[in-house]
Write a protein that binds this ligand. Structure first.
Ligand SMILES: [Zn+2]
Ligand SMILES: [Zn+2]
Length: 308
């Protein structure tokens, strides 16, 4: 939405005709601008096909900088896949795979020789497309030909996954060291923090390494009857629930809290938020558990939900 607002502001200053004129003269930035206006119908009639032709103009323009071309390729992935996830036609998958691959290749080549890791400057669209679509279609070799067209993007997505794995191990190590910090000490609460800390902790005399952390003042208050006997120097830790927090690694935004929802079939969903308060998040978790139980076990498959 924010992007859309920004585009709306831009569209007031220059007319579409002027933007198209510059795009036709070979300016890739303006080609992307024209494509966006035509896609959303901003002060013009939306025209999907014309929008695509401007994206292609920008993507194939050899005089344009690699970042702009890569962006145009990334936007083309959407053109071929948006709104038709279940029914993407075979030739559309190939087109999208081609554009995902180009989106990565262009910025990777540019970064060759620099210290910067090439793959991380590739767009998230391209990597997501590789992880979600290309991988699932090539895993069982349903469409093995896709691999031929996707060398760069698959490599980028593999490296991204390896990086996320390392991040996950580091997060795990950090959590193991000070498990109290990432889990609300109120027994049964279940709220966890990711890389940030819990919102409140005991400010009493208990030892720093045994201090309980809480998701809210409310939990802290409710746990006081349990903790007060332990709130002195040298006392043992009062935290009853000593399980370490669930490590998700990479996926969540920093400073968010989350609640794991354990389902009857043994799977766990992780609900995550950076804006909601803990009570609301717990309510949502309970609702999700309910919904899954009612819907039957296999219909809802999810690992991580960012709810905002
Ligand atoms: Zn709590
Ligand atoms: Zn204390």
């Amino acid at each position: 939405m924010e992007t859309l607002e920004r585009i709306k502001t831009v569209t007031t200053s220059t007319s579409l005709e002027e933007v198209q004129r510059r795009a036709d003269a070979g300016d890739s930035q303006h080609a992307i601008d024209a494509a966006l206006r035509l896609k959303y119908g901003l002060k013009c009639t939306a025209d999907r096909v014309l929008s695509r032709s401007y994206l292609i103009k920008a993507a194939l323009n050899e005089n344009a900088n690699a970042q702009t071309r890569s962006m145009a390729h990334s936007m083309l992935i959407f053109w071929y896949t948006a709104g038709r996830e279940d029914t993407v036609r075979a030739r559309f998958v190939f087109a999208a795979a081609y554009h995902a691959n180009e989106a990565v290749r262009l910025v990777s080549e540019k970064a060759t020789g620099s210290d910067e890791a090439p793959v991380y400057c590739a767009s998230a669209n391209a990597l997501l497309f590789a992880m979600n679509t290309i991988e699932s279609l090539t895993k069982d070799m349903t469409v093995p030909e896709l691999l031929v067209h996707s060398k760069w993007v698959i490599q980028a997505s593999d490296e991204r996954k390896a990086y996320m794995h390392l991040e996950r191990l580091a997060a795990e190590k950090k959590m193991m060291k000070k498990p109290n910090r990432y889990r609300c000490a109120k027994f049964g609460c279940g709220i966890e923090a990711d890389t940030g800390k819990m919102s409140s902790r005991c400010s009493g005399k208990c030892d720093a390494d045994k201090k309980p952390y809480y998701c809210s003042k409310r939990c802290q208050k409710e746990d006081w009857k349990n903790h007060k006997l332990f709130c002195r120097q040298g006392a043992p830790c009062s935290v009853i629930d000593t399980a370490t927090a669930t490590v998700s690694g990479g996926g969540t935004s920093q400073g968010s809290i989350r609640v794991p929802v354990h389902h009857a079939d043994g799977t766990t969903s992780l609900l995550s938020t950076s804006t909601m308060d803990p009570e609301m998040l717990k309510e949502m978790g309970a609702a999700l558990k309910d919904a899954k139980a009612r819907a039957g076990l296999s219909t809802l498959r999810m690992d991580l939900h960012e709810v905002d």
